[in-house]
Design a protein around this ligand. Structure first.
Ligand code: ATP
Length: 480
């Protein structure tokens, strides 16, 4: 059988220890895989490669289209970007698949409940687009970008995953009650897409309730689909229910490339001690082998892990007495290849079908779009009661009138009676056309900026669009 080349990145901290364990295990199954070593992470940052990912590594993954990756350290503070995120974004691996399943021999407060869920986390959009700006010395901003195609492909991936594993329910978790346009978009698209999967039950939970339910009754969950930030947090929470990050594998899937990595980070505190739990990386190798079509080798590994844990062989992060080192544990798993667990069955898994990019439905472009005003964000230390009249004066006699001013989302001018909003030096000033029938022209915006800019430093401008007469922007708290 022809061998498949897989790029392997050993990574930082405990990475080399756990990747070594997974590689040895895969080799012991006899699966037709050869490894192409590539570097990324801390050593590359030290060598002055600011992305942490050298071109040779990018070339390797572009060639092999599949990688097994250890955790990469993220430099803390300004400048350095996460090499993990860079890789996900470079190869547009938009779907992060994180299975969470109770294992035998790993005691937790939830043991015996039969937890068996999978978190499908959108992987490239949301706050992780990493678009941040200091607005003023006091105020930082991060843009949360959510796209319709991004929602549709993660929604379809969730339903396709449910089909591939014969799962009955897809739960979508969002904060759509607060962020109606961004988080609400995923909620709406999941509802639309669910019509194509009538045999699968679709439901929605507000993400905070989802966190609550995950701890109260985790066994109710099957497939859980969510936005990037929510998924990051919920999947770590979920891994904690079945024994922790030492047992949490993940796959990053895109149209062209798949990158497999454990959910955990480089765990520097235990690096180099030979005590890290390699199960997460071994289960990650299971996902890799399934992706490559080597289902038998994947099941052999899963069953050998279950049999090892059942026999009471665990690493020290597992509650209970003792615990063996990474190498001894790995040897114990390898020795059990071919054995079957007495209590734990592998799930049947058909190949996952990702949605083709050209089947994504674009938004309806026939919707009439018009702009009825503009938000200008300015820096000022004035009180809103002073700011309002000054801005009104600056735009007197122009087509745009000041409608309201808000501070961190709450209307502060005109002020609501009795309101006591603390104001930072960052105001949103909403200007709307005086004549409802008029159309906003860019020239009006330039003139507005010139006038406002004559008194205040402005940071950014947002047009207030309406789609078929419905405002396509959020109102401030307290705004009519
Ligand atoms: P990074 O900054 O790279 O994310 P971190 O230590 O902040 O590293 P994790 O690596 O995710 O974050 O680790 C969080 C905690 O979980 C640590 O206490 C770590 O010791 C533990 N942990 C994570 N992975 C493992 C593992 N494979 N085996 C044992 N303990 C682990």
């Amino acid at each position: 059988m022809e061998k498949t080349t897989v790029t392997v990145i050993r990574g930082d901290g405990i990475g080399p220890e756990v990747v070594d364990a997974a590689v040895r295990l895969v080799e012991a199954t006899g699966a037709p895989v050869v490894w192409e070593e590539a570097a990324a992470g801390a050593s590359m940052f030290r060598a002055g490669i600011t992305s942490g990912v050298p071109q040779e590594t990018i070339d390797s993954i572009a060639r092999t289209r599949v990688a097994l990756k250890g955790p990469l350290e993220t430099p803390v503070g300004h400048g350095g970007k996460s090499a993990n995120v860079t890789l996900r974004k470079l190869f547009e691996t938009y779907a992060n698949i994180r299975p969470v399943r109770e294992l035998p021999g790993v005691p937790t407060p939830f043991s015996g409940r039969g937890i068996d869920l999978v978190v499908i986390r959108e992987n490239v959009e949301d706050l992780y687009a990493g678009i941040e700006h200091m607005q003023t010395a006091d105020v930082a901003q991060c843009l949360k970008l959510i796209s319709r195609p991004g929602c549709e492909r993660i929604a379809r991936t969730a339903f396709e995953y449910a089909r591939a594993e014969g799962r009955g329910t897809v739960t979508c978790a969002t904060k759509a009650n607060i962020m109606k346009l961004t988080e609400g978009m995923l909620k709406r698209v999941v509802e639309e897409v669910s019509a194509d999967y009538p045999e699968i039950r679709a439901r929605h939970l507000i993400v905070d309730d989802c966190a609550h339910q995950l701890v109260r009754r985790p066994e109710q969950f099957d497939v859980l689909v969510t936005t990037n930030m929510n998924g990051d947090i919920l999947s770590d929470l979920a891994s904690g229910l079945v024994g922790g990050l030492g047992f949490a594998p993940s796959a990053n899937l895109g149209d062209d490339v798949a990158i497999f990595e454990a959910v955990h980070g480089s765990a520097p505190a235990i690096a180099g001690q030979g005590t890290a739990n390699p199960t997460a990386m071994m289960l990650t190798a299971v996902l890799l082998l399934r992706h490559l079509g080597h289902a038998d080798a994947a099941t052999d590994i899963e069953q050998a892990i279950a049999a090892t844990l059942e026999a009471g062989v665990t690493t020290p992060d597992v509650d209970g007495p003792g615990g063996v080192g990474t190498r001894e544990y790995t040897d114990a798993v390898i020795a059990r290849l071919g054995q079957r667990s007495a209590t734990w069955e592998s799930r049947p898994h058909r190949p996952l079908r990702l949605p083709a990019a050209d089947t994504l439905r674009p938004a309806d472009r026939s919707v009439y779009r018009s702009d009825g005003g503009v938000d200008v964000f300015i820096e000022s230390r004035l009180a809103p009661a002073e700011l309002g009249p000054i801005l009104e004066g600056l735009v007197a006699g122009t087509p745009l009138a000041l409608k309201m001013i808000s501070n961190r989302g709450t209307q502060v001018w005109p002020a609501a009676a009795g309101a006591g909003t603390y104001c930072v030096d960052h105001f949103r000033c909403r200007f709307v056309l005086r004549d409802d029938a008029a159309l906003l022209a860019d020239g009006m915006v330039y003139d507005l900026l010139r006038r406002v800019g004559s008194r205040f430093r402005w940071m950014h401008v947002e047009k207030l669009a309406e789609l078929d007469g419905t405002p396509a922007y959020s109102r401030a708290q307290g705004e009519n």
